[in-house]
Design a protein around this ligand. Structure first.
Ligand code: SF4
Length: 332
């Protein structure tokens, strides 16, 4: 079957489909496409949340500036480079560095990290928040390959309410700058946050497609303790999230899609084997091994119940899903 999903109506039809029917008709098609186009690869990426200081106030995020319960830290460049060397030694060839939007971390230090990691031989993805236009070009020149700048929600008024210290129009401009710089763009949304309608979710899916992304870091909403949005509703639907994964795979066969997803029991966090395997079955293809020392991992609290993922977990997921473990595909 050659499935074509293009319009909002077609996306909405799948989002409202009974789960059984979705699994049989849509998830299986998404999986088939991944097998055909991407040789059924499961891509392993090392991940390091090197700085959890953030100036922003996003209503859903545990790392938001007003959250006094989080113990803040910044790893210095030498610590980051050391962690990267260790991950290279165990086999990783892709690395994903994340921080809050922290003006206190010198940009020159970031550039020196990127240069060192590029020299080691990594494909480098970065998520450091919104930057000045010129900085994306500097990161690219230093050796970065990809930049993650999520739009999170595609309606201007919703974005501006849930991200009160950011601005939707500026975010979209910044996303344009990432692409102009020559960096690959990773972007996407939060699925099924409190108050989101199916219509809004469908619009988010279509915007994800229209941006011409290379990786979709989609994730269902997971309430974080002490955040304003946690007072408005509970965890997003993992069933809906699986549908979004499959729709994105069918719309954009060659992209990366995060498989590090929660399962039915959100207490198990993002390393829940059931959640990860369901996502892989829906067409997702990328898992992360957290290189952060255990002592710090609990403070990188974008969501609660974070569990340190290791390479062993990724190997087990590859085995159980029958996928081929790949550290650096030629297409990423
Ligand atoms: S979502 Fe990102 S920008 Fe917003 S508060 Fe959290 S770390 Fe900061």
């Amino acid at each position: 079957m050659n499935m074509n999903i293009q319009t909002k109506k077609e996306v909405l039809e799948i989002l409202s489909m009974p789960q059984e029917e979705y699994l049989q008709a849509i998830a299986s098609e998404a999986k088939r496409i991944h097998q055909d186009v991407n040789r059924n690869a499961l891509i392993a990426t090392a991940m390091l949340g090197f700085d959890n200081v953030c100036k922003n106030h996003c209503l859903y995020c545990g790392m938001r500036a007003p959250n006094k319960d989080v113990k803040r830290y910044r790893l210095d460049p030498q610590q980051v480079i050391q962690a990267a060397k260790t991950s290279y030694e165990v086999g990783f060839r892709r690395i994903f560095l994340i921080s809050g939007e922290d003006p206190g971390y010198e940009f020159d230090s970031i550039l020196s990290i990127v240069e060192a990691l590029s020299e080691i031989g990594f494909f480098i993805s970065l998520a450091l928040g919104a930057l000045a236009k010129v900085q994306y070009g500097e990161l690219k020149a230093a050796g970065a390959g990809e930049y993650v700048l999520k739009f999170e929600m595609s309606q201007r008024e919703v974005f501006n309410r849930l991200k009160p210290s950011s601005d939707f129009d500026e975010r979209m401009r910044s996303i344009g700058w990432v692409k102009e710089s020559g960096l690959l763009l990773a972007s996407g949304s939060i699925v099924d946050y409190p108050g989101q309608t199916a219509d809004q979710l469908a619009e988010d899916v279509l915007l994800t497609r229209d941006l011409g992304i290379h990786w979709a870091p989609v994730i269902p909403y997971m309430p974080a303790k002490g955040t304003p949005l946690a007072l408005e509703g509970g965890a997003g639907s993992t069933d809906l999230n699986l549908k979004v994964i499959s729709i994105l795979r069918i719309m954009m066969p060659g992209i990366r899609i995060t498989a590090q997803q929660p399962g039915k029991d959100s207490q198990k966090g993002l390393a829940d084997p059931e959640g990860n395997l369901d996502a892989l079955g829906a067409g997702a293809d990328m898992l992360f091994a957290d290189m952060l020392p255990d002592a710090l991992a609990k403070n990188f609290s974008v969501v609660d119940n974070r569990i340190t993922l290791g390479l062993e977990h990724i190997r087990t997921m590859a085995e159980k899903s029958g996928m081929s473990l790949v550290f650096r595909p030629d297409y990423a």
